[in-house]
Design a binder for this molecule. Sequence first.
Ligand SMILES: [Zn+2]
Length: 205
Amino acid sequence: MKPIRIVTPPLGANVYLLIDENISIIDAGGDSAFLIKALSRYVNPKEVEYVFLTHSHFDHAMAVPDLKKLGCKVVMHSLEFDLLKKGLTTLGYIYHFEPDVLVRGGERFDLGEIELEVIHTPGHTSGSVCYYEPRRKWLFSGDTVFKYGFGRYDLPSGNPYDLLKSLELLSNLEVENLYPGHEDFVEGNAKRYILKNLEVLKSVI
Ligand SMILES: [Zn+2]
């Protein structure tokens, strides 16, 4: 089973649906009505066990409060929750939620066939994470790195040098498939995009 991508309004953030023993999604997008309707084409949205947030910007996380009402558990980095509490990642929108599982990096979640490892990758926000599937070599990279380019580092808690270290960390992984938070994903030989984007970032900071 490969991840199912759902492109969500308002900014086209990618949500990835993982249909396994524990049904999960990576990120939630900004429009809960849209997402719940889209999910229901594949699963009963009430059966979504986990929402794994890469970070808490509104285009990735504003749908979370409504999803929590359906009973899912929300996973996010503890630093990211601190930013959310201070309103530093909502970027003018109003939403709040309490995560169910706070992570710091290194945790592993067994979803059945799929396993996700948390990798702390600050830079886009200080609490950004990527999720890595070690057997399949999949990387869910949020707004840390895309097929072409990398996340902004000029928003609150962003830092270009942290982002550089994070891309260096990711470039040490074997990545076959890259599933970023925006735009195209890559299936097959995806590591080259991370290496290329690391070189670009080095050249601009
Ligand atoms: Zn973002």
